[in-house]
Design a protein. Sequence first.
Length: 111
Amino acid sequence: MLLYADEDFSLPVVEELRRLGHDVVTVQEDGLRGTPDRGILARAHALGRAVLTHNRRHFERLDKQGAPHSGILTATHDPRHYAALSIRIHTTLIGLSPGRWCIRVNRPAKP
């Protein structure tokens, strides 16, 4: 999957997703640090990439407002379990095509 990680997204998760075969570009690599969320969404869409973010509220709001995009995946930040988060994201993305979807990947509930 072609993905675009916003600047708050965890780099270790990006690296693991790349290892799992996903093509991930970060905001920092693209030279757009500090760009507002609407601009990030537009840039990702122009590149045909789905956005990866921990910033659920802002990106879900943009989706509900009808902002054009090629997919939004929001994930609960899980700093002690990067590999597990990467696998949850990878599993969620299997079989999806770029499109106007908005998906949330949460951390598992604690027992």
